[in-house]
Design a protein around this ligand. Structure first.
Ligand code: PEP
Ligand code: MG
Length: 889
């Protein structure tokens, strides 16, 4: 195998092998951009390491050869005492995992070569600063020493000099820092900091391999659904130095604003610093435009390279660069992360610039991003007081109680509390807290700080660099400039779109994208905002290219109307049980308790007009579109009081001498109907078969409602859906009964309505016998909630809270199968159902109405297996439209 590639050998297509960073370094090298020379060790080598616990045996020889070539190119030897070559050792997986894995800079420095570096650079301070950084990073990353020990030692030396800035330390102070750092290493590892440059390099490479499985990397991957076994590449690159003096520096840049998509110059620059200083938000950066003043030549060259990269990649790029004594070096580029809003805006901007077409624009955005844009945002008013304005790092409106550590954030969120995580700056250890929180607030660091980058990636609201706030994480307080003190548990509102921070709860308003869907904003108006216009263009194109139709799950006229405005064409699931709650529960109770046919019929007669009126309104809201009404599904005892509570109530009443015949009858019924596994009990079609008249009443209500709509000039398109069918005989029995009712009503009304009669496929047996079932069904709708429940044997109401976290931790699945369809298992049953159903009845209409109908990945699956439509909740309808479009491209 070949384990190592020179930067000149690779290209951006080789991300899986070389990682994103390595592939893009190769791409830039081959574009002729100023990239320091280096080589990439492949992800294959990492996977070998992870599997065997040691690197491939022939890796050393390959690294030797590439190092020799690098030394030749640089005319220096690694760690040479007279004039050392130094290298950086950086991770870089194929999927971007910002800040999740390790980097070691300045490898090759030791007690001797630090002197050579000082002499060669003529800058003793720089040499010792570089050496202390090596020991610090190496100690933390490779030797696994708590990073705070180094921070504290550095702070002590600074404090002794009466300063807080490392720029005030001179070479002598830094030499002292180095001594202290070496002492820390000795104390915690029982050995001296390794002096052999090659040993440093090998250890650093192995540490990068190993960092693939660090806790934070594992959490991040799970969240981002990155495969756990992909591994990382390692990039070994000749060092260039941004910490050589004020004519040097390091920075991060975006070719467009990753927050809004606006064109312009976006980024941060820090003079006399190395890369990690910027990202860690340790010192305050200046805006990138200021580099134009500081170093015109480097700035102009950077601008030229940025526009070249953007046309080459046909997308927003983010960049890391270093200026070494006025010479620009490119250290990294990649297609940059961006907010959801920026993704839409940039996609259509690129269309207008002729760089991509509309198909590509649709591919460039995701349903998850669209869902984020549908969150509400803050409006002014309320009695919250503004504390400050920080940087708008990641948009959204977050309200929650202030917490000051990741642990507390997780703990409070677990008990259902909304929290805002407040930190001076975040680091990768805060990841779990960031996930748990509604939003993140930091007092230090710019838009490229860890907090900002990670929050944007997660779609989490973030305000960073709120420098006016004094955050004391030990005392758990924030002190605002006016003296206001915010303590743990106080409610904060933070606005990631403006950077504003309030004490108290600020009211929120719907998003502009939702207002557009509601028809309140006209995307073609002259003053329409750019985001609304982009969303409109992209969804219009998705609608034009998609094959899947999109319906909605709705059981009220309001939801139906909203879903229609959001682009749904019809209802795929109208759950009638929701119509039996509230006041009507009493009527259902009567039905259940009925002792004779007469009583039962009376209860049914009382329910029917109410049901009918529900259907009239829904059919009106969905006039001209199919409305699939599902007959009653849940176990009847859901409409009765809880057995234990009722028993206690009756027992207490009896003990007090109150004898209530009605209550006793109720208790007897509840007891009779009690089931240990109600979800596998008397529900769905089984109810229809054992409770005489129940389904007939519902069918009559549907047909009566349709007739009434026809009579008032409407175009009702009801469909009747039978739940929980497992055998064609069940369906046949209900179909015969229903057809009789339909005939009766139509004859009596003198109006022809012929609802399709179909079934849900949600019991595995139904999927397996779909060929038989299709003989009696005019449509199938896959009920993937129950189908998942019954295929896995997972109670859908219990398991997610009970043990899914353990399953996710153990990697048994990467995401809950109730959220994203389990393709190899449940998906296989769906495929079978489609195949066998269509074999019997080629014109069979096929849809899905489980929660998966609004889940992006699952929508792609339903497209692939050839369903006709997906049905989802009204707010997911735009997401499903977009993903159905993306699936078709
Ligand atoms: C299903 O089981 O997927 C379904 C849509 O029905 P319900 O969620 O109402 O059981
Ligand atoms: Mg179901």
């Amino acid at each position: 195998a070949k384990w190592v590639y020179d930067f000149r050998e690779g290209s951006r297509e080789q991300k899986d092998l070389l990682g994103g960073k390595g592939a893009n370094l190769a791409e830039m090298t081959n574009l002729g951009l100023p990239v320091p020379p280096g080589f990439t060790i492949t992800t294959d080598a990492c996977r070998f390491y992870l599997e065997h616990g040691s690197p491939p045996p022939d890796l050393t020889a390959e690294v030797d050869a590439h190092l020799a070539a690098l030394e030749q190119a640089m005319v220096k030897r690694l760690g040479d005492p007279g004039d050392p070559l130094l290298v950086s050792v950086r991770s870089g997986a194929s999927a971007s995992m910002p800040g999740m894995m390790e980097t070691v800079l300045n490898v090759g420095l030791n007690d001797e070569s630090v002197k050579g570096l000082a002499a060669q650079s003529g800058n003793e301070r720089f040499a010792w600063d570089s050496y202390r950084r090596l020991i610090q990073m190496f100690g933390k990353t490779v030797l696994d020493i708590d990073g705070e020990l180094f921070d504290e030692a550095l702070d002590e030396v600074k404090a002794a000099q009466g300063t807080e800035s490392d720029l005030d330390l001179d070479a002598g102070h830094l030499r002292e820092v180095v001594d202290r750092f070496k002492e820390i290493v000795r104390a915690h590892t029982d050995r001296d900091f390794p002096q052999d440059p090659r040993e440093q390099m090998d250890l650093a490479i192995n540490a990068v391999f190993g960092s693939w499985n660090s806790d934070r990397a594992v959490i991040y991957r799970r969240r981002e659904r990155i495969p756990p076994d992909a591994g990382t590449a390692v990039n070994v690159c000749a060092m260039v130095f941004g910490n050589l003096g004020m004519d040097s520096g390091t920075g991060v840049a975006f070719t467009r604003d990753p927050g809004s998509g606006a064109q312009g110059v976006y980024g941060d620059y820090l003079q006399n610093a190395q890369g990690e200083d910027v990202v860690a938000g340790i010192r305050n950066t200046v805006p990138l435009v200021d580099l134009g003043e500081i170093d015109r030549g480097a700035y102009d060259e950077l601008m030229g390279i940025m526009s070249r990269l953007e046309s080459h990649y046909r997308d927003l790029c983010d960049i890391e660069f270093t200026v070494e004594r006025n010479k620009l070096w490119m250290l990294q580029t990649r297609v940059g992360k961006r907010t959801a809003a920026a993704a839409f805006v940039i996609a259509t901007q690129l269309v207008d610039e002729g760089l991509v077409d509309m198909d590509e624009a649709v591919r460039r955005v995701t349903g998850d991003q669209l869902a984020q844009l549908m969150f509400p945002r803050f409006v002014s008013g309320g009695d919250a007081t503004q504390l400050t304005q920080g940087m708008n790092a990641s948009p959204g409106a977050a309200v929650g109680r202030a917490v000051f550590s990741s642990e507390v954030a997780v703990e409070w969120a677990q008990r259902g509390e909304a929290v805002v995580l407040v930190r001076r700056e975040t680091n990768p250890d805060d990841l779990a807290g960031m996930i748990a929180a509604q939003g993140v607030l930091t007092s230090r660091g710019g838009k490229t700080s860890h907090a900002a980058v990670v929050a944007r990636g997660m779609g989490k609201t973030c305000v960073c660099g709120a420098e006016e706030l004094q955050v004391d994480t030990k005392a758990r307080t924030i002190t605002a400039p006016d003296g206001t003190v915010v303590g743990e548990g106080d409610v904060l509102s933070i606005d990631g779109s403006t950077g504003r921070v309030w004490l108290g709860e600020v009211p929120v308003e719907p998003s502009s994208v939702v207002r557009y869907f509601e028809g309140e904003l006209d995307p073609d108006a002259d003053d329409a905002d750019e985001l609304v216009r982009s969303v409109h263009r992209i969804l219009t194109h998705a609608d034009a290219v998609r094959r899947l139709e999109v319906r909605t799950n709705a059981d009220t006229p309001e939801d139906s109307a909203r879903a229609r405005r959001f682009g749904a064409r019809g209802i795929g699931l109208c759950r009638t049980e929701h119509m039996f709650l509230g006041d009507r529960r009493r009527l259902v109770e009567k039905l259940i308790l009925a002792e004779g046919d007469e009583d039962r019929q009376a209860a049914l007669d009382a329910l029917e007009p109410l049901q009918k009126q529900d259907f009239v309104e829904i059919l009106e809201a969905m006039d001209g579109q199919p409305v699939t009404v599902r007959l009653l599904d849940p176990p009847l005892h859901e409409f009765l009081p809880d057995l234990t509570e009722l028993s206690v109530r009756v027992a207490v009443a009896e003990a007090e001498g109150h004898h209530d015949e009605g209550q006793l009858r109720l208790l007897a019924a509840v007891r009779r109907m009690h089931e240990e596994n109600p979800m596998l009990g008397l529900r769905g079609v089984r109810l229809g078969l054992v409770v005489p008249g129940l389904f007939a009443m519902q069918v009559r209500a549907i047909v009566e409602a349709a007739c009434e709509r026809v009579a008032s000039g409407g175009d009702p398109r009801p469909e009747i859906m039978i739940p929980l069918v497992g055998a064609v005989q069940e369906l046949e029995a209900i179909r015969e009964e229903s057809e009789r009712v339909i005939d009766d009503v139509c004859r009596a009304r003198g109006i022809e309505v012929r609802p399709l009669i179909g079934t849900m496929i949600e019991v595995p047996r139904a999927a397996l016998t779909a060929d038989e079932i299709a003989s009696s069904a005019e449509f199938f709708s896959f009920g993937t909630n129950d189908l998942t429940q019954m295929t896995w044997g997972f109670s859908r109401d219990d398991v997610e809270a009970a043990f899914f976290h353990a399953y996710l931790d153990k990697g048994i699945f990467g995401v809950s199968p109730f959220e994203t369809l389990d393709r190899p298992g449940v998906g296989r049953l769906v495929e079978l159902g489609v195949e066998r159903g269509r074999a019997t009845r080629p014109e069979l209409k096929l849809g899905v109405c489980g929660e998966h109908g609004g889940d992006p990945d699952s929508v792609h699956f339903f497209h692939e297996v050839g369903l006709d439509y997906v049905s989802c909740s009204p707010f997911r309808v735009p997401v499903a439209r977009l993903e159905a479009g993306r699936a078709a491209l």
